[in-house]
Design a binder for this molecule. Structure first.
Ligand code: NDP
Length: 263
């Protein structure tokens, strides 16, 4: 029996154990997935090996500590310096990042995405912008304040604050702000949101567990949208594929993980 876990602080809210156990149980894969409340990120590696884990996920605030703890980091995690999936490969800790790829997976059914506007400039925005750039997508970023925008200037994104914003046409607009998470706020003033939604084909939100005010307005305007659950599902499916070393069918993983959202 292989054991997997999620590390975080807090970690009690995490849906990862439900998601992964639903896959393991229904596909008869001999593994179980638990949660580990870790306060000190520097203890990640020793805790991982002392628990005898085969793999793990890492959530807030330990994703950068996870990057530093790895013996080897592979793929997109190298670009962003952030790791959310750990694999025990013959006693070595290998790190991956499935967050941004999970988002790409979530929007796979959106056709022909060439221009994206990101609302917000935090950690999620950084990972997504860097990933979109790898696909040669034109990326614009709008944030309420200036201080986090230089990272996106360096990536060759167009950057704006609310005051300097110039509207364009977009294929997709993604809300990565925390506006709407614990409140009913829009990610930008109503007038800007109206302009932005009228100029996009698709909308997405990183927040899950509710229809945010941003997505409510997208829905009212008949825009096709994805909520954060699709992103959560995408990163989970890709992490699970790494856990089972691609021995299970990706479609089956997705099906059983998605079913766990109803629990
Ligand atoms: P950060 O704290 O790194 O960034 C938050 C961003 O939101 C900043 O740009 C901040 O602007 C902006 N912001 C905060 N409050 C408001 C507001 N009231 N109005 C406008 N802008 C605001 O957060 P993360 O990037 O880590 O997370 C962002 C969101 O994504 C969270 O809601 C999180 O739950 C969700 N998330 C979902 C995932 C999933 O799998 N679905 C995965 C990861 C995150 P400023 O720079 O001015 O402070």
């Amino acid at each position: 029996m292989k054991i997997f876990s999620i590390f975080g602080d807090p970690v009690s809210h995490s849906r990862s154990p439900l998601m992964h156990n639903s896959v393991f149980k229904n596909l008869n894969y001999p593994a179980c997935y638990t949660r580990t409340h870790l306060k000190d990120g520097t203890k990640l590696k020793e805790t991982f090996f002392s628990l005898g884990l085969s793999g793990a996920n890492v959530t807030v605030p330990h994703k950068e500590a996870a990057f530093n703890a790895c013996d080897e980091v592979r793929g997109f995690a190298q670009t962003v310096g952030v790791v959310n999936t750990l694999i025990n490969e013959n006693g070595k800790l290998i790190g991956y990042n499935t967050d941004a790829d999970g988002f790409m997976y979530a929007i796979e059914e959106f056709n022909n995405i060439k221009k994206i506007l990101i609302l917000g400039a935090g950690g999620t925005a950084k990972a997504l912008a860097a990933r979109f750039k790898q696909e040669d997508i034109e990326v614009s970023v709008i944030n309420r304040s200036q201080k986090r925008l230089p990272f996106f200037d360096d990536l060759n994104c167009k950057t704006y604050t609310w005051d300097t914003f110039k509207i364009s046409e977009y294929d997709l607009v993604v809300n990565t702000t925390s506006a709407g998470l614990k409140d009913e706020l829009l990610p930008a003033p109503q007038e800007l949101i109206d302009q932005i939604l009228d100029a996009t084909q698709y909308a997405a939100d990183a927040i899950y567990g509710k229809l945010t005010p941003f997505l409510k307005q997208a829905k009212e305007k008949n825009i096709t949208y994805k909520n954060g659950a699709d992103m959560l599902l995408g990163q989970g499916v890709l992490a699970n594929e790494l856990f089972v070393k691609a021995q299970l069918d990706k479609k089956d993983i997705k099906y059983h993980m998605q079913k766990s959202f109803l629990l």
